[in-house]
Design a protein around this ligand. Sequence first.
Ligand code: IPE
Ligand code: IPE
Ligand code: MG
Length: 253
Amino acid sequence: MQERRIRADAIPGHVAIIMDGNGRWAERRGLDRIHGHRAGIESVRAAVRAAHELGVGVLTLYAFSTENWSRPKGEVDALMGLLEHYLEAEIDELHRNGIRLRAMGRLERLPEAARAKLDDAIARTRDNAEMTVVFALSYGGRTEIVDAARRLARDVEQGKLDAESIDEKTFASYLYEPEIPDPDLLIRTGGDARVSNFLLWQIAYSELHVTDVMWPDFRKSHLVDAIGEFQQRERRYGLTSEQVRIGTPRPGS
Ligand code: IPE
Ligand code: IPE
Ligand code: MG
């Protein structure tokens, strides 16, 4: 297959992916949904490797939402088992490639064993600087905003912060990963053009790419396609094309 050509000087710094379609991929093959999740692990490997090769700085993967806790127990248990399996199998390669692993979400809800492996992987890779992979786990965008608001209110209450001085930057500094820049490109596989409670604050000006490819089929060529489309877009941030062409700074920057 001929690979699409993309410009190496305009690779999005942060790509976020809603990895959807595992269940349908399996059902179409007459398999249990869990087989779809298992196959999806190979796509996670491929996506991390491809993003690294292409020079993406941060890859955020939506692996499990707060709402996904309401799925049948067997499926939730299988997903938690796969998370452990992935961390065990991949941590050496991630570390060897200089990849820093992070996780965002209500991690205290994860089963003890998965949580322990995650904490280990995060600690072991903390000084790596080649690339960052963030797993959104037990993650909800609204929960993240509520958690931020609660901590912010506490700081106001304790006199550490003046309510009048709160601006977007202050608020963003209370989110789960304040040091990581907002996603430039948000990809959703599985064909549904919705956000499903992912990074609600951070995707205000992300470019969206929805593909019908089911997550277990996602490979480097699909990431390249998404980046190719991203490179065709003009990011105007509310300005006119003319303003963008003459280099007017982005509002709020
Ligand atoms: C995404 O695939 C994986 C998780 C949400 C954990 P799904 O399991 O949602 O697959 P579909 O959308 O039902 O096909
Ligand atoms: C979004 O997929 C969550 C993840 C990919 C982890 P869902 O399958 O849970 O989202 P909905 O139900 O289609 O909105
Ligand atoms: Mg789904």
